[in-house]
Design a protein around this ligand. Sequence first.
Ligand code: ZN
Length: 292
Amino acid sequence: MSSWKSCLLAASLILFSAFAAAAPPAAKPAAAAPDDDVRLYALDCGHLDFKSLGMFSDTGEYDGRPGRIVAPCYLIRHPAGWMLWDTGLGDRIAQSPQGVDLLDGLVHEQVTVTLVSQLNALGLAPKDIRVIAFSHLHEDHVGNANLFAKTSTWIVNDKELAWAKSDPSPLRVDPALFSGVDSADVKHIDGDIDVFGDGRVIILKAPGHTPGHQVLLLRLKKSGAVLLTGGLYPLRESRGQRRVPAINVSRADTLASMERIEKIAANQKARVVAQGDPADFAALPKFPAYLN
Ligand SMILES: [Zn+2]
């Protein structure tokens, strides 16, 4: 087992422990120390235009209101390797430059720049991504997953996978988009996990929107803590108003997950990113700039 894999340990007990002790002072280095910062890149992996955003609240506030939801991919550089959090709508949609209609025209999806081209801009190819993980397995988060079937380790919540593979498929789930899970190197989890073992990239269990939904906590040297909240908050105002999507598995679990994530956000003084909100995406550094 490689050393980084051995670091993939359940992290609840060490989640909020202090960082590792500083290294002892070294003899005067001849060159600058290598940059070991964790970096967060926000990649444009498509958007969805809705004639009505009604499916994003089960109490009616968005009914009849048109609007856009974005589907970013988040690329994380860690000294132990590259990680991808969510994989967007899928580069295949870019082959239709005007986009594609879904659900009898209620939704229009468009990908104007491919994930692969954005990886290439950093000198990367899919094979260079060491680990991928998903907030959840709705199709707007797994569109490019199979690009990583041969060479990346997939971190997958078991409850999420069992639900997403159930027959008939749940609404907004297309198992063909993540069929690579059957041949990939899969790290199965059922809760929180400290991805690289140093407390800087942590997957947090936050079920409700889907059974194994999860949120990513990053602790960046300059920018501080960042929470990428997946489908928990499709829109920024969903967060303020604690609005539960109509497309949701457990209302009670979603509210409990919101409570958990908000307490962590307060304790960590975290920047909370509503992953679907165009304004939250635009507020992040424009690729290839990054947070660190
Ligand atoms: Zn979703």
